[in-house]
Design a protein around this ligand. Structure first.
Ligand SMILES: [Zn+2]
Length: 245
């Protein structure tokens, strides 16, 4: 295509409505031609929403391409019901190739966008039968990231997802009242468990102190300290019973 023709095509595409653009893409799309029957395929499965065909250049024998019959380029363009259906059928096709062919596993792959290696203009799910040492390599690198970078990424993604899904995330309430905390019988625990409980109780003590300082005067703080001692005493007794008994 000459630069003039490219410029003309770009101008034509830009002037199209979304519907016209989709029709134009469908006319160019070889997978839409498979769906309409203009291109011959090795059909594995068909219903009103999807078509499953054998890849003519398979990664492994039995490599299935599962296509939505409607033309969509990338996953977010598929309506929810079509998306659910295509993955439901992917699962069944995966189970079927495992039973029908002498294979031990499958890779279910979606290349979503050119940056992810998508070459076709039509969304599809690849179901690739696998055997041990079949020569296919899908090795994902394993990088190290700083804790704060992981945390920052988690927050950014979570906030965006919550906004998209309309989830109003509430902070988890902090338990400060002892009556909500389950107490375990120290007698039934091993020495190790008793030590753990001792450590837990010192955390409890901290929250008691916070509460006391916030809500009451100095005398009450002293009472808080007394109860700390009482708690420690109880645990020492429990440990003593375990050691002696
Ligand atoms: Zn298409």
């Amino acid at each position: 295509m000459t630069p003039e023709q490219q410029a003309e095509l770009r101008k034509k595409l830009e002037s199209m409505s979304p519907e016209e653009l989709k029709e134009f893409q469908k006319k160019q799309c070889i997978f839409c031609h498979m769906v309409s029957g203009k291109v011959a395929v090795k059909k594995i499965y068909e219903d009103d929403k999807v078509l499953g065909v054998l890849d003519i250049n398979p990664a492994n024998p039995g490599h299935v391409l599962l296509l939505p019959k409607e033309h969509h380029m990338i996953m977010p363009q598929l309506p929810e019901d079509e998306l659910q259906h295509i993955f439901k059928i992917s699962k069944q096709l995966s189970n079927t190739v495992l039973r029908a062919l002498d294979v031990r596993g499958t890779n279910i792959i979606v290349a979503n966008g050119p940056a992810a290696g998508q070459r076709a203009q039509h969304f599809m799910v690849h179901i690739i039968p696998r055997k041990e040492k079949d020569g296919l390599e899908f090795s994902l690198p394993s990088h190290q990231y700083a804790e704060e970078q992981l945390e920052q990424t988690a927050q950014v993604v979570k906030q965006k997802l919550n906004a998209l899904l309309g989830i109003d995330e509430k902070p988890v309430p902090k338990l400060v009242d002892d009556e909500f905390k389950p107490k375990e019988e120290p007698d039934e625990e091993s020495d190790e468990d008793a030590d753990d409980e001792d450590a837990d109780d010192s955390e409890d003590d901290d929250s008691d102190e916070e509460k006391t300082d916030d809500e009451t005067d100095e005398d009450d703080s002293d009472e808080g300290d007394d109860s700390d001692e009482k708690d420690s005493g109880l645990d020492l007794d429990a440990i003593g019973r375990l050691v002696n008994g």
